[in-house]
Design a protein. Structure first.
Length: 119
């Protein structure tokens, strides 16, 4: 009786082990699909690409969109006064990338959207 129980437990463990290996394989395939290498050798995260492709979105608590050019109303010393909106933080700050490549975080009230010539 005990030998039979041991055999059943052993078989169940083997089946669980096989199921675990199958799940690991599926997870590996999913990760390979999400993170691929482009022709120039850089890793591309497909999930991130899909988010970016949706187009400009209005950021919370403002009329500012990702990609808009903005003036920074209260720049720190030696800091750029203009930049491009690249996103928002969880705490309500808007992230702006300046021409020198630095990233500045400001509350929406401290940013002024630059008017396009056709507006």
């Amino acid at each position: 009786m005990e030998n039979r129980n041991i055999e059943r437990l052993s078989q169940a463990l083997q089946q669980l082990s096989l199921a675990e290996e199958n799940l690991k394989q599926v997870l590996s395939e999913i990760n390979q699909e999400r993170n691929t290498v482009d022709p120039e050798g850089e890793t591309v995260n497909r999930a991130r690409q899909q988010r970016v492709r949706r187009g400009p979105r209005v950021l919370p608590y403002s009329r500012i969109r990702i990609g808009d050019r903005v003036n920074i109303l209260n720049p720190s010393e030696h800091q750029e006064t203009t930049g491009e909106v690249i996103g928002a933080t969880i705490r309500g700050f808007i992230r702006v990338k300046t021409s020198d490549g630095s990233i500045i975080r400001r509350k929406p009230k401290n940013l002024s959207r630059q008017q396009h010539q056709n507006e």
